[in-house]
Each structure stands twice: as structure tokens, then as C-alpha cells.
Design a protein around this ligand. Sequence first.
Ligand SMILES: [Zn+2]
Length: 262
Amino acid sequence: MLELAKIPFPEVARIAQSGKAVVILPVGVVEEHGAHLPLGMDSFAAEAYASSTAPHLEEAGYDVLVAPTINYGVARAAIDFPGTLSLEPETLRAMVVEIGRSLARHGLNRLVILNGHRDLHHMKALDEAKTLLGDAKITQVLCVGFVSDPATTAACYRDGVRQFYQSPRPDREGHGGESETSVALHAFPETVKQEIIPSLDPNFDYDVDAFRNETKDYGSISGGRGYFGWPQAATAETGKQLVFIRGQNIARVILTAWGSVK
Ligand SMILES: [Zn+2]
């Protein structure tokens, strides 16, 4: 796995000429995730999943390039929390299309959009970018991670991970809860306010439908707490398992669609 922004152009040419290149584009957002997690949580998680996906694609013969993360996205549900930033969906869509076009110009025509942020408008914008690039035969595109299709999201993020949850209400774990806190404790612990986690009460009793369908903002659904579930159930060890298994899952989704190139 190589990071596109950290290599010189002749190396890109060599990889493109191999015909085995796949580019992973991590996509996140700047959004509150409770008082204990950084605003860049979803971007950093997408990067961690890109790293845990890459070895499985390499085993299948691919040369994996990871493009610089899109750190901005659509974040309307949490927009009232300090620091949350939101793009219009069209802006995100245009960014992805233009990045896909530029990559294809250099012969990099397999693009995996690996999205770490669950937001209906954000995911729809990524889907639309995929359709625009695909219909114009500019590049082959797959959306993985959080996507509009719930079955694909489950295949990437939920398959095989339930056993690691220590929360008494795994069905109520969501934004800023056990899963995300665990991933942060494992993959970017220096950004976690660990000292306040013991003071965070469980937030299980929230309006799940309003949360999933984004009919109310995060501030009112969470009583100003900004997290859903129980951050105290999180451990770095759980995070390690989640990142590993989700990497396997995401690679499986990609290889099911595109096969190996050995
Ligand atoms: Zn998140």
C-alpha cells in the first residue's frame, strides 16, 4: 500500500501501467462525536479501515494506492455543535467526481470510495458521484463503508463484530458510542479525552428512528451529549478487532465485485 500524496509521479506511472492498481479514497467529515472524541473521528476511522483493507487486496494481486482523505462532508444533524462543518451535498459530489476523473486520466481507473461517516445526504452524494463516473465510463467505482444500501454497510461494518461488543445494549450503540470509541482508542488514542470517559453515562434511551432517519438533530436526540450508546464499554482491544475484521469485510465486498487480478 502506498499513499498517493507521498510518492513521486514516476511511481504512479509504474503502478498505473501494471493494470493492477486500485485507489482507495477515504471520506470522512468534521463532526462532533461526543466530548471525548475528536471532530475528525470518521476521517481517521476511514483511514484506519483503508490500511486494514489494503493487505487483503494486495493478496489478491492489486497494487493499492490510498488517495488523500476527503476530510469534509455533509453533516447537517450535528451542525449546531461547535466545530461541526458541513458541505452542501453537491460540493462533495463534485469533489469526488473531479478526483475520479483526474485519477482516470492517469490510467488509475478503479476507485474505491471508503466512507466513514453515516449521514443520508452525504452517502447519497457519494452514490451520485459513483453513478456519474460509472455512466460516463470514466472509471470503475465502488462505494464501501457507510453507503446508502444498508446491506452493503452491514457487510462492511457489522458482519462478524457483534461478539466483541461489551455494551449491554449493542443495538443502541451508535455515533460516539462503544464502537467508535474503541476504534479511536486503538487507532488514534492521542486524540481521545480518555480522562472524561468514566464520567459519560450510557445513552441508550434515545429516539432511534429520529437518529437513523435524521429527522431530528443530534443535540436534541442526545440531550446535548452528542454520543449514542456507552463510551465506557469501549476498549483499545475491541477497537483492534473491529479495525481488523472490518478491513477483511471491506476487502471481501471489493473482491466480490471485481475479483482478483493475479
Ligand atoms: Zn462517526
